[in-house]
Design a protein around this ligand. Structure first.
Ligand code: PEP
Ligand code: MN
Length: 421
């Protein structure tokens, strides 16, 4: 029954999939992954579902963040530590301000696949779709999709998850963050000097975009619990559907309907309230609080206009979703010197609009979803340190979209803290 529904879901049109040069080899890789151990444990995913139910009820806040695209070369202990430490730090700031527990989900241990706006780049080469598919170098060989990379992605994700578990058990050191003139010196300066409070055990879950279906379909287990039998992904606790793959007739939504994991859904400016009502009906058929996280990414200029009718429609339906704001993807632009970037001020402005809308409508602004790194990069403009376009070339290291660096991220957490109070 589930197997039949799975085949039917996957037979639907799927956007953003690579064209593997050798379909048999891709199928062989899926077969190998099928034998692999799940990366996440079912009881962890169940615990996250319980945590998210409390977010949906307004009793907790959700912080989700990390790299836009993880890379195999960047899957190192220092990088993972830096990103987890940053989430800890941001979570601490938000928890104190909100007076609520903060549920933390990293974009980590599998965020290797990227949707792209065209299939070829300026040179006519197949576009880079993330390390799980191909390699960014500008040669035909590097850009040719290679299914073997799915095995590497699995191995990297499993290794990362082992480290996440170990660090969560030990406690994670927070990054040293200088908040130059950020207007909240008491905490900022203390952190600058001593690296924060002593590490203590913590809970961080992992997530990635449910994009590459040959990977996603390979590691599933039957989950008999819940209101109906479903499949549980062994690849992440939380999966989200991106803005480019939420076609109502498409494979991604149909696949997500079969999963028992908590699901996120990105909602861009073109999304109508009627469409959202249909997504909610399909993805939360049993009205499970927190089963579905609606991630609005409307852009700072449009959030106040586009979000309210969607929130009103869903509220009227009675479904208890999580309202989360991604203030990054609606605010991307190209700098004068040719870098894909975002301005810190626009990120804060979209969040301000998001909190304003929910305050006015009496709904719980449940969380944020951000592209951040604990590494000292120069990818987004602005913030207290005043990053300018001339600074971008210095340490522009992202494999895809621009991330807030550690200082900008902690500054953002303080800005959100003000909105939560
Ligand atoms: C992302 O989260 O990196 C992403 C591609 O987002 P969106 O689908 O919202 O554009
Ligand atoms: Mn991104």
């Amino acid at each position: 029954m589930l197997a039949g529904r799975l085949s039917a879901a996957l037979a639907r049109p799927a956007a953003q999939q690579p064209c593997w040069p050798d379909a048999d080899r891709a199928e062989a890789v899926v077969g190998l992954l099928h034998e692999a151990e799940p990366i996440v444990a079912p009881e962890e995913t169940a615990r996250l579902s319980a945590r998210l139910a409390s977010v949906a009820r307004g009793e907790a806040f959700l912080l989700q963040g990390g790299d836009c695209a993880e890379t195999f070369a960047g899957n190192t202990e220092p990088h993972l530590r830096a990103n987890l430490g940053l989430l800890e730090r941001m979570g601490e700031v938000l928890a104190e301000a909100a007076g609520l527990p903060v549920v933390k989900i990293a974009r980590m241990a599998g965020q290797f696949a990227k949707p792209r706006s065209s299939t070829v780049d300026a040179l006519g080469l197949p576009v880079y779709r993330g390390d799980i598919v191909n390699s960014p170098e500008c040669t035909v060989a590097a850009r040719t999709p290679d299914p073997h990379r799915m095995l590497l992605a699995y191995a990297h994700a499993a290794g990362a998850m082992d480290l996440v578990r170990k660090l969560c058990a030990e406690g994670i050191e927070e990054p040293l963050v200088a908040l130059a003139g950020a207007g909240h010196p008491a905490r900022g300066e203390r952190r600058f000097g001593d690296g924060g409070r002593p590490a203590r055990p913590t809970e961080i879950y992992v997530s990635h975009e449910m994009l590459l279906l040959d990977y996603e379909r390979a590691v599933l287990w039957a989950d008999p619990g819940g209101p109906e039998p479903r499949l549980s992904s062994g690849l992440a606790h939380f999966l989200w559907i991106g803005e480019r793959t939420r076609q109502p007739d498409g494979a991604h939504i149909a696949f997500a309907e079969l999963l028992s994991n908590p699901i996120g859904l990105k909602l861009g400016p073109s999304c109508t309230p009627e469409e959202v009502a249909e997504y909610v009906r399909r993805l939360d058929p049993h009205r499970t609080p927190g089963r579905l996280t609606l991630v609005s990414r409307m852009g700072h200029a449009q959030v106040r206009e586009l979000l309210p009718p969607i929130v009103e429609k869903v509220t009227a339906s009675g479904h208890e979703v999580i309202w989360q704001c991604d203030p990054m993807h609606g605010n991307t632009r190209t700098s004068g010197n040719g870098y894909k970037t975002r301005h810190f001020g626009h990120v804060v402005a979209e969040l301000a609009g998001f909190f304003e809308v929910h305050r006015r409508l009496g709904t719980h602004a449940g969380g944020i979803h951000v592209e951040v790194t604990g590494d000292d990069v120069t990818e987004c403009l602005g913030g207290a340190a005043g990053l300018t376009e001339a600074d971008l070339p210095g340490r522009y290291l992202t494999a895809c979209d621009p991330r807030l660096n550690a200082g900008q991220s902690v500054e953002l957490a303080f800005a959100v803290a003000k909105m939560l109070r």
